[in-house]
Design a protein around this ligand. Structure first.
Ligand SMILES: Cc1ncc(COP(=O)(O)O)c(C=O)c1O
Length: 464
């Protein structure tokens, strides 16, 4: 099961038919809920991770409550990198024992809140470790609150210093990194910290995101596994309860390839290189924190084409999506490719349709700078006023990075499921069977998040 352009077009057609576009709402986002659920089934059941693995979803990738709920309901946890994300994870209803708090700059009150809420906490540096020790010495009850139900997890984020990926801004495992304890420089102190603080019981790493080779990630996990052995040799077997290997699987932004194989490859490499982790007797639980690989390919965004024009002999279509939603791709187009499609006024794909003219064109966004372009000089079906521009693979790190520049309202987000899958999810087997027999049926849409209003935008700038 994977997001395909025909599924995107079917969802767009359903949205157009339901009257979801207007002058006030010229663009929308669409999340393929069937795709999300297929990915969840895969990572939990088929990919080959140890059965006890806790997979969490990185909230930063897509913090929409109704998106996170899909993961919560299937037993996944949440990784939160700020107080806002932690509060959102709790608000959505993830049980505290399935939440990992990884903020790189936790204040004293945030640390206190996280410990009293009973979420797992990964500490980033020696000062934060000391701060936590002081906090627990002053308020031992903070730990006691959890112990009746389960053990409080407190870990150290290790930078194994194994190298960078192809995108420097997303690489966190180089010799110099703003994240974590540098393993090669601090090894002895790290073992000493576990000896000194009996409440330390977890190790964490996240060596980078998109552009990171699986081999580099694996080298990082192996290095931290070595540290874990050393800690257990010094502090006793069974001391480290959790090995949290972070996220960072790179997705294919060039095709509709399913993300599933990524997880399979990672699980296989882990099993080959650290078979002990897969033994039923292993006392270390694996935790993952993926974001992009769980969500990017399930999302697309669509905008009406407002105007078309010519300049320098180039056809230019002006749409209502640009660097506000696709910030990385517009600011760094050579690093982040975007697949952009042109659909007709009824949502049907124009590519390959009879009589459609193909031209070299730019798809421009609505913002006041020249770099605000989703596509530059691309040969594609000519976009006409009233057509739709569809951007693929925007399910992660788009709305969560939405730019306030030019004060434009962020778009509403709808989830879509094929009618058969929706009937099956609603436990209506007869309806699901009938829909499947009819080829899956049309897409059913549900609102996941309302679009922003102008009033909310004004509130942002004028709150006192
Ligand atoms: C600590 C941590 N965990 C998980 C993630 C999620 O990474 P990805 O979306 O690449 O899977 C990130 C991304 O920045 C991170 O910093």
């Amino acid at each position: 099961m994977h997001a395909s352009h025909s599924r995107r077009c079917a969802a767009l057609s359903a949205a157009i038919a339901a009257g979801m576009f207007s002058d006030d709402t010229p663009s929308i986002m669409l999340m393929d809920l069937d795709q999300i659920h297929a990915t969840i089934t895969h990572i939990q059941q088929d990919a080959g991770y140890p059965a006890s693995t806790l997979h969490t979803v990185a909230v930063k990738a897509n913090p929409i409550g109704k998106v996170l709920q899909q993961f919560r309901d299937r037993g996944l946890g949440a990784e939160a990198a700020s107080m806002g994300e932690l509060q959102q994870a709790l608000h959505v209803g993830f049980p505290p024992n399935r939440i990992v708090f990884d903020s790189p700059a936790k204040t004293r009150s945030e640390l206190r809140f996280a410990l009293s809420a009973g979420v797992a906490v990964n500490l980033d540096n020696f000062q934060e470790l000391q701060r936590t020790a002081d906090l627990l010495a002053a308020e031992p009850a903070l730990m006691g609150q959890q112990q009746q139900q389960q053990q409080q997890l407190i870990g150290l984020r290790i930078n194994p210093q194994v190298g960078e990926g192809s995108i420097a801004a997303l690489s966190t495992g180089g010799a110099v990194s703003k994240f974590g304890f540098p393993l090669q420089e601090a090894r002895a102190e790290l073992v000493a910290a576990f000896k000194q603080h009996p409440w330390l019981n977890m190790l964490h790493l996240h060596v980078g995101s998109q552009g990171l080779e699986l081999a580099t990630m694996l080298a990082g996990v192996r290095a931290v596994w070595g540290l874990l052995q050393e800690i257990e040799a010094a502090c006793g077997a069974g001391r480290v309860k959790v090995l949290d290997i972070g996220g960072g699987l790179s997705v294919d932004f060039a095709t509709d390839a399913a993300p599933e194989t990524l997880f399979q490859q990672q699980a296989r490499l882990l099993a080959d290189s650290i078979p002990e982790l897969f033994s039923p007797n292993c006392s270390v639980r694996l935790v993952t924190e993926n974001g992009r690989s769980l969500l990017a390919k399930a999302g697309c965004a669509a905008s009406t084409v407002e105007y078309t024009k010519w300049s320098g002999g180039r056809h230019i279509a002006v749409a209502h999506l640009g660097a506000d939603l696709c910030m990385r791709a517009c600011y760094m187009p050579d690093t982040w490719g975007l697949r952009v499609f042109v659909c007709a006024a009824d949502g049907a794909q124009k590519e390959g349709a009879p009589g459609v003219e193909t031209v070299v064109q730019d798809i421009a966004g609505p913002l006041c700078f020249q770099g605000d372009r989703l596509a530059v000089g691309r040969c594609m079906p000519k976009a006409e006023v009233g057509d739709f521009v569809v951007v693929a693979d925007v399910g992660a790190y788009t709305l969560s990075m939405y730019s306030r520049y030019n004060s434009r309202c962020s778009p509403p987000v709808y989830g879509y499921r094929s009618a058969a899958a929706a009937a099956a999810a609603a436990e209506k087997p007869a309806a699901a069977e009938a829909q499947l027999a009819a080829g899956g049926g049309a897409m059913q849409l549900e609102l996941l998040r309302a679009g922003e209003t102008l009033q909310q935008v004004l509130q942002f700038w004028n709150q006192l």
